[in-house]
Design a protein around this ligand. Structure first.
Ligand code: GLA
Ligand code: ZN
Length: 673
């Protein structure tokens, strides 16, 4: 499963979402001519085409899709074929208004956009299975078919429906998970505010309540919604596997979505034949290339380290942020190759030809409104050539240095209401830890808290609020066996039901960290504290402080002021063969780096000081060879030291000693064996 690549694709994937139905067929001829010019190898077709493919219930019109698939095949372009189940036709909704999802507030959404789906709806499931079956029967053996693309971005724009059908589904799901109403009462802690239930029938989705609802109920509802979407994915996938054997099935993820109502991609990663991801630059003032690297690392990790595929990103600006800047010259290629460095077997875009109509007409594309006499088009053609010269790295794997523990369930739990402070955000801590590791030029794998961590010299755990007992044991064994662990505050607090582990915080991590926490004392807005270290140095923390009691751990940094003045702020615990660090306040990335530097020393990780900031060096390695990517995100020319000589693949030149990487450019060296 894991090594799956699109069928018949012998180069890196390069292309985009292609919506030929938006254009007269005369334009298709120009499309394929331009695809050849740019070296397009694969396009995604039909993702939103249900209403055209099945204009009336049970009446199909595949003529146009036949013609475009044939045309693409004649032009040597492989096809990632969508099942259009994210956009049911109007006739379906007229017949089944109950399949429209209902918001938490009880408002039923309307159709006329996309993604208006109640995933529990039997009518929707039947209709989705029917169109998927038709497509699979018709195109299973089409010579252009390389990959099946089920649905689109499960979980957005609606992450959960709160209708009565879902309520019934939730009750059945609860029974399967907990076994009895009594067990649900126990797990949710309903001996509180009169929430006790005496039958399943009394239990509803966590709909709008006057004040905060039951947190464990909300957490279970996220799990239910996630499982229900996954069930629907599996249903389509199984039809495709049965009728179209040998063609891998995917659905496009958004692994680094910064919304906490994201789906659980650890679970999704196990269901697809090939992990694919969509990534867009979030222009909120932070370093976009760091966020991109994190998304790519997370996607690779969800794929179990195997190659994956970037199915969508943008050639230039998007259209759905408050402000949508164009990419700078060279930025698109840098983005694309950064994904490839971190395991993507190509770079695909949304979308091929920029729409003239509809909600996405101002979203950039490979063929922009400006036409081919444009910077974007010239860069697209150049990228096609660059990717062509990298075909030899297919199947190689990105080489990780360290791991970060990551769990969507913990994130969901942590984002519920009434926490010690609203200034703490789980994702913010993960971003900060990631950025610090990125700036130390370390390649990060993400790992589930219960996964085997023994391959990593250093593991960081940013705010793992929900930590199961098994995860706690896992982290402890990791340290006992010689690992170096760095844990941030608000970790190890609750179990899988959002119930606080018995005893003092952090219940699941007390032993491994060698400490307890008596109380938290989050700081006021704009407030900060000073912590002082071994040689009198001082760092600044904000948002969070707490009263740490050492029980085996040694204080390394101490609170100099603030509510916990005089108490340990950062501790180090020698346990078995390893070391566990604990950071009890929110440090910015520069301060965090001081702590991570000490932890890296414990872990025996050499600093890569010779590399300047924002110069990214990543390796892919495997049977195909050893490939070093050097990405220069700065405005200055730099030189990157090479461990061994090789051939620079984008320019075809011999490379040895110090590799020049001009400002904003990328170099890829195939190192000599
Ligand atoms: C998502 C969708 C695409 C398109 C892009 C625009 O990734 O999958 O259909 O809407 O966003 O950025
Ligand atoms: Zn529903």
């Amino acid at each position: 499963m894991r090594e799956t690549t699109p069928k018949g694709l012998h180069r890196l994937a390069f292309g985009g979402d292609y919506n030929p139905e938006q254009w007269p067929e005369s334009v298709w001829q120009e499309d394929v001519r331009l695809m050849r010019e740019a070296g397009v190898t694969m396009v995604s077709v039909g993702i939103f085409s249900w209403a055209l493919l099945e204009p009336e219930p049970g009446t199909y019109d595949f003529g146009w899709l036949d013609r475009i698939l044939d045309l693409l095949h004649e032009n040597d372009v492989r096809v990632d074929l969508g099942t259009p189940t994210v956009a049911p036709p109007a006739w379906f909704y007229r017949a089944h208004p109950e399949a429209l999802p209902v918001s938490r507030e009880g408002v039923r959404y309307s159709y006329g956009s996309r993604g208006a789906i109640c995933h529990s709806s039997p009518a929707y499931r039947e209709a989705a299975a029917r169109i998927t079956t038709q497509l699979a029967r018709r195109y299973a053996t089409h010579p252009a078919l390389a990959l099946w693309h089920v649905h689109n971005e499960y979980g957005v724009p609606v992450s959960a429906c709160y209708c009565d059908t879902c309520a019934d589904g939730f009750r059945r799901w609860l029974d399967a998970r907990h076994g009895s109403v009594e067990a649900v009462n126990e797990a949710w802690g309903t001996a509180f505010w009169g929430q006790h239930y005496t039958s399943y029938e009394q239990i509803d989705p966590p709909r709008l309540t006057p004040t905060v609802g039951n947190p464990a109920q909300q957490l279970d509802y996220r799990r239910f919604a996630d499982a229900t979407m996954r069930e629907n994915f599996r249903a389509e996938r199984d039809v495709l596997h049965r009728l179209s054997p040998g063609v891998p099935v995917t659905t496009n993820f958004m692994t680094a979505l910064s919304q906490s109502d994201s789906v659980d991609y650890w679970a999704w990663g196990r269901e697809v034949d090939l992990v694919t991801n969509d990534h867009y630059l979030i222009t909120d003032g932070r370093r976009t290339h760091v966020n991109l690297a994190m998304a790519a690392d997370l996607t690779r990790s969800v794929a179990g380290g195997a190659p994956w595929l970037l199915l969508e990103h943008s050639t230039s600006g998007v259209n759905w942020q408050p402000r949508n800047p164009a990419k700078r010259p060279g930025e698109m290629a840098r983005n694309s190759l950064a994904h490839v460095a971190r395991g993507s077997e190509g770079a695909m875009f949304f979308q091929w030809r920029q729409s003239r109509r509809g909600a996405e007409k101002f979203h950039s594309s490979m063929v922009p409104h400006a036409g081919t006499d444009s910077r974007v088009w010239r860069e697209v053609v150049r990228l096609g050539a660059d990717l062509d010269s990298l075909a030899g790295l297919r199947g190689t794997r990105t080489v990780p240095d360290v791991a970060m523990v990551w769990d969507w369930h913990s994130w969901w739990a942590q984002s519920l209401e009434w926490r010690p402070t609203e200034d703490h955000e789980a994702r913010e801590r993960a971003d900060a830890f990631y950025e610090t590791l990125y700036d130390r030029h370390l390649t990060v794998d993400f790992a589930h808290p219960e996964a085997d961590l023994s391959a990593y010299p250093l593991v960081v755990v940013p705010a793992l609020y929900l930590t199961t007992e098994a995860a706690g044991r896992n982290l402890r064994e990791y340290v006992e066996n010689g690992g170096t662990l760095v844990v941030s505050y608000f970790s190890g607090i609750v179990d899988e039901h959002d119930a606080v582990h018995p005893g003092a915080y952090p219940g699941a991590l007390r032993d491994v960290l060698g400490l307890t926490v008596e109380e938290w004392s989050p700081l006021g807005e704009g407030e900060s504290v000073r912590i002082t270290g071994p040689d009198g140095a001082s760092l600044t923390g904000d948002v969070w402080t707490e009263f740490v009691v050492e029980r085996g751990a040694r204080p390394v940094w101490t609170y100099a002021d603030g509510p916990a003045a005089g108490r340990p702020a950062v501790t180090r615990h020698r346990l078995g063969e390893g070391t566990a660090w604990y950071v009890s306040t929110r440090l910015d990335t520069a301060s965090l780096d001081v702590i991570l530097s000490a932890a890296c020393e414990d872990a025996g990780i050499e600093p890569r000081v010779e590399l300047p900031r924002d110069v990214e060096v990543v390796r892919r390695s495997g049977d195909g060879g050893d490939f070093l990517f050097a990405l220069n995100h700065t405005a200055h020319d730099v030189k990157v030291p090479l461990e061994s000589p090789g051939t620079e693949l984008l320019g075809g030149e011999h490379a040895a000693g110090h590799l020049p990487v001009p400002a904003g450019s990328v170099r890829v060296v195939r190192l000599d064996a």
